[in-house]
Design a protein around this ligand. Structure first.
Ligand code: NAD
Length: 270
């Protein structure tokens, strides 16, 4: 495969939370770009197999990796098994995430804790295992200009406060500084760490916000570009951040949000 059509040729990637939504789209895009992709799931075996079958039909290679990203031993085993099979890890997309919404006064500690465990600690655990691999491997001539790349799936709610979702917003605010602090620490080792902050992308996590015409109309008042996002909008951004095309980019959050973070309520109210 030539580098233009297959910018990830020969690379090995793990995408967490890849049995649905944004993670599944990234897994497919990375495989189409030439990477072998570890498709992490949390028990959704049939959906994961369907993605791996799609990837195989398109001429690529995917590997199912079961693990709860919030459990240290499972994340370590996932990365260890993948590297034992594929010899290396070049790219991690720390994408798995959940919502457990409630008004603040009614939020149960279990809902606060679970969201922080999956969305923030899950990213810490996966990124730490990836960094350990990257440090061991160093830059491999002919694979990539970097020793490794990490993409953290954040959200516009790393900067937009979100009433009724304090656990989620706190987790994504945490992801932002996890990403930046890690990027600063590992840049001298030629490891790049970036984040993507999606706006409203049509997936299962936010179905009530886009699945009826009334809900979609309300949602579009928040999106200057006038449409909800698709999973491929995010997959394309992830592919760029994972490839050498973005070799000088680290510590950055790429907002892929149709302008949601542009304070649209101020557009005719200046
Ligand atoms: P989704 O619900 O389809 O995907 C989330 C994935 O994470 C699922 O595949 C789920 O099985 C997996 N997961 C959940 N808990 C897990 C665990 N403990 N271990 C491993 N995997 C686990 O929704 P999505 O929209 O594709 O979400 C993907 C990421 O994008 C999340 O981090 C989410 O916060 C972020 N995001 C989504 C939007 C959006 O509008 N859809 C916006 C901003 C950010």
């Amino acid at each position: 495969m030539d580098a233009r059509n297959a910018p990830l040729a020969g690379q090995k990637a793990i995408v967490t939370g890849a049995s649905s939504g944004i993670g599944a789209a990234i897994a497919r895009a990375f495989a189409a770009a030439g990477a072998v992709v570890g498709v992490n799931h949390h028990g959704d075996v049939a959906a994961t197999q369907a993605i791996i079958d799609d990837i195989a039909r398109a001429g690529g290679k995917g590997i199912a990796l079961a693990a709860d990203v919030s459990v240290e031993a499972e994340v370590q085993a996932m990365v260890r098994d993948f590297v034992a099979r594929e010899g290396r890890l070049d790219i991690l997309v720390a994408n798995a995430g959940i919502q457990r919404d409630a008004l603040f006064a009614e939020m149960r500690l279990a809902d606060w804790q679970r969201v922080l465990d999956v969305n923030l600690t899950g990213q810490f655990l996966a990124a730490r295992e990836a960094v350990r691999c990257f440090l061991k491997q160093g830059v491999v001539e002919g694979v990539s200009r970097a020793a490794g790349k990490i993409i953290c799936m954040s959200s516009v709610h790393q900067v937009i406060p979100w009433a009724g979702h304090v656990n989620y917003a706190a987790s994504k605010g945490g992801v932002m500084l996890l990403m930046q602090s890690l990027a600063q620490e590992v840049a001298p080792h030629r490891i790049r760490v970036n984040a993507i902050a999606p706006g409203a992308i049509e997936t299962a996590i936010n179905r009530p916000a886009w699945s009826t015409p009334e809900a979609l109309k309300r949602l579009l008042t928040l999106i200057p570009y006038g449409r909800a996002g698709k999973v491929d909008d995010i997959a394309k951004a992830a592919l760029w951040l994972a490839s050498d095309e973005s070799d000088y980019v680290t510590g950055t959050t790429l907002f892929v949000d149709g302008g949601m973070t542009l304070y649209p309520a101020f557009a005719d109210n200046g």
